[in-house]
Design a protein around this ligand. Structure first.
Ligand SMILES: C[S@@+](CC[C@H](N)C(=O)[O-])C[C@H]1O[C@@H](n2cnc3c(N)ncnc32)[C@H](O)[C@@H]1O
Length: 215
C-alpha cells in the first residue's frame, strides 16, 4: 500500500491497530474487490475522535461499502445517529449489508445519490462531526454546502488531503492535475477560513482535522 510517510513507520503503525474481527472481514472484502476504503489507522483515528468528541449526529460524504462508517458507528455513543451519502448504488447496497453484519443498521441512514444534490435537502438537520471522503476535487463545494448544517464546535475530518504525496512530484499525470490543484486550494481555504481551526496530519493518506466555530 502507498504511504505518504516512511513505509516502515506506516506499516508499523498499521500493525499496532486492534480491529474487531467482524470489521476486519469487511475491510478484507473491500480490498479484495478493489473498493477504496480508509487505511486501518485512519479508521482507528476516526473511532478515537468519535470517542473523544461524543457526537450526537455524524454526517459522512463518501460511504463506499461502509467501512469508515462502521469504525465511527462502533465508537459512537448509543444514541448517536449517522447520515452517510454514497452515489454508487452497488456500493450502497453492500454498505447496507455491512451495516446489518455489524449490527449497526439502526443507527445509520444511507442516502444513495450525489452529495451535491443531497446536502441542500438536509436543511434543518444538524451535525457534530463531518467526515469527507468522496470526490477530492469537490471538497470545497461539499464543505461550503455542509457548514450551515454544523453545530458550534463540530469536527470536520477531510481524508486524502496529501493525496499520495503528489504535491511534491514534479511531473503529475494530466488526469490528476486539476484534482491536486483543487485539493491545494481546499487546504488553503480551510486554513484561512475565519470559522475553522485546522491541523494537517500525515496519517493514512493525509487528514485535515478542523474545528468549526459557528459565530
Ligand atoms: C474513497 S471512497 C469512500 C471510502 C469510505 N469512506 C471508507 O473508507 O470506507 C469514496 C466514495 O465516494 C463516492 N463518491 C464520489 N463522489 C461522490 C459524490 N459527489 N456524492 C456521493 N458519493 C460520492 C464514490 O462512489 C466512492 O464510493
Amino acid at each position: 500500500m502507498f504511504s505518504i510517510t516512511n513505509p516502515h513507520i506506516a506499516d508499523y503503525i498499521r500493525e499496532t491497530v486492534q480491529q474487531p474481527p467482524w470489521l476486519q472481514m469487511i475491510e478484507e472484502r473491500a480490498r479484495a474487490e478493489s473498493v477504496p476504503v480508509v487505511p486501518v489507522e485512519t479508521g482507528q483515528f476516526l473511532a478515537f475522535l468519535v470517542s473523544l468528541h461524543r457526537p450526537r449526529r455524524i454526517l459522512e460524504i463518501g460511504t463506499a461499502v461502509g467501512y469508515s462508517t462502521l469504525w465511527m458507528a462502533q465508537a459512537a455513543p448509543p444514541a448517536c445517529h449517522i447520515v452517510t451519502i454514497e452515489q454508487d448504488e452497488a456500493r450502497g447496497a453492500q454498505a447496507l449489508a455491512n451495516f446489518a453484519q455489524g449490527k449497526m443498521a439502526d443507527k445509520i441512514h444511507l442516502i444513495v445519490d450525489d452529495a451535491r444534490n443531497v446536502l441542500p435537502y438536509l436543511d434543518g438537520q444538524t451535525f457534530d462531526l463531518l467526515f469527507m471522503d468522496a470526490a477530492k476535487g469537490q471538497y470545497q463545494n461539499f464543505l461550503a454546502q455542509s457548514l450551515p448544517l454544523l453545530n458550534d464546535r463540530a469536527l470536520i475530518i477531510s481524508d486524502n488531503v496529501l493525496f499520495h504525496g503528489t504535491f511534491f512530484r514534479e511531473k503529475l499525470p494530466r488526469r490528476s492535475r486539476t484534482m491536486v490543484r483543487r485539493l491545494q486550494e481546499y487546504i488553503d481555504w480551510i486554513h484561512q477560513h475565519p470559522q475553522l481551526q485546522t491541523v494537517l496530519l500525515p496519517l493514512g493518506d493525509g487528514l485535515a482535522v478542523s474545528l468549526y466555530t459557528s459565530r
